[in-house]
Design a binder for this molecule. Sequence first.
Ligand SMILES: Cc1ncc(COP(=O)(O)O)c(C=O)c1O
Length: 446
Amino acid sequence: MKHQTSSDWIARSLRSVWHPCTQMQHHEQVPLIAVRRAKGPWLYDHEERRYLDAISSWWVNLFGHANPRINAALKDQLDTLEHAMLAGFTHEPVIELSEQLASLTGHALGHAFYASDGASAVEIAMKMSFHAWRNAGFPDKQEFVCLQGSYHGETIGALSVTDVPLFKDAYGPLLRAAHVVASPDARQALEGESAQDVARRAILDVERLFAQRGANIAAIIVEPLVQCATGMAMHDPLYLALLRALCDRHRVHLIADEIAVGCGRTGTFFACEQAAIWPDFLCLSKGISGGYLPLSLVLTTDAVYQSFYSEDITRGFLHSHSYTGNALACRAALATLQIFREDDVLNRNRERAAKLAMAMAPLAGDGRVRHFRQRGTIFAFDAIEPDAARAASFARRFFTTAVEHELLLRPIGRTVYLMPPYVLDDEEIALLGARVNTVFDSVMAS
Ligand SMILES: Cc1ncc(COP(=O)(O)O)c(C=O)c1O
């Protein structure tokens, strides 16, 4: 058979694949990239052109593509047990993973419930919160609270607590209304205000709402430390500490959506650790399987678990997905956690992030840039682009130019961000920093 080029694959893809989060007509101008293989932080197309995956393929990849250790674990698991249903059955990978995750929370969150995608974990946390209150004799606690600019996924429940009009508005009639409170986004600091001042100001909004509606509110959901999808809006850990206290005072559950920020992205394994708090529900996905397989889960307290434990079947959590606790996905997660332990990943990431910060330093001081920010291994800055038409096309132009410079970067609006896998060597860090500068210059001048 004739060798198929990237163009062949792209044409076939456009004929049969409906790509996510895409107005497909835009591919008339912005070509797809057909990935044939990947290694470490690099993706390769059919002509061996390479692209540095500086956003970890939608924030999932932690230890590079085709990681030898995760590959070996999966190959072993394939020959042992690929999948068995989790109702009525259990298996080694799901048990070990649940134990290790509970241990990472110091056993504050002692039970894990599994699904596949992040949005499903959010649905589970919301249903569990409501049901736990109902089991505890508070059936009126049915309302949810989210933050301005929040993003928790695209299914109906998760979209109800998402505050991104572009994703939400078309489906408005299908959604349940949620309360939206102020974001503690540190970029909102007024003259002379610190990030902590913004956090204190934002918490007043929650306090007002809880005072009015606390008896009817089941939970507030938050992306701890970084609201990623809205454009890497970062806040001070103080916000989380104050929120935990408010939730306790008003008997409202705290759901920490660590789907994007968990697994070391913010510098600690869980973002909540930086505020020295634990939520009632913690959603995890994306990086937990190393970016290999769809896996999500909700960690919760033994107290919540106990509130479902009964002779009465209807007090139980009768939620399931066919692939709940998939053995291959759990084994990938175990291999991922093993790398964290063996390679002192969090400390080494601190060194890598410091080097990347140096490489990005020219942009931090650039007059065309606002709010250069960093939390752990997440970097972001906002381009100043007063012209509305150019601002609207900024992300697309930046993506296209980045690809020409061997980088995979997808700005959110005018926010350029990096969320690279934890495997960049010194040369790759230098290359990334230098090329982001070059791409930015080129896009701003074009
Ligand atoms: C904070 C957060 N929550 C939930 C989700 C949804 O996860 P998924 O796309 O796996 O459904 C995302 C995805 O980007 C996310 O960033």
